[in-house]
Write a protein that binds this ligand. Structure first.
Ligand SMILES: [Zn+2]
Length: 83
């Protein structure tokens, strides 16, 4: 028997993680964006960002004219329903 089975510490990906490629940090922000070429105006896509990558992701979206709003993740209630 593996003692770690008893520890009961599952590595479930239930946390909200940063959307930056290769970043596994906890997200603290939601970046709301919309691509008018493919989305209806009221549609909002959501990227999650850790504090370190918030500015990077905002800049990425703003450069492309897609960025709408950045809101604290804590305001979102249950995490993991973005998509
Ligand atoms: Zn990050």
């Amino acid at each position: 028997m593996n003692i770690f089975d008893l520890a009961g510490a599952p590595a479930e990906p239930s946390r909200a993680l940063c959307s930056r490629k290769a970043c596994r940090a906890d997200a603290a922000w939601q970046l709301l964006w919309n691509n008018p070429k493919i989305h209806t105006p009221e549609r909002r896509k959501i990227w999650l960002a850790c504090p370190e990558h918030r500015a990077w992701l905002e800049d990425y979206l703003q450069t492309r004219g897609l960025w709408k709003e950045t809101v604290p993740l804590s305001n979102a209630g249950v995490a993991g329903r973005a998509g």
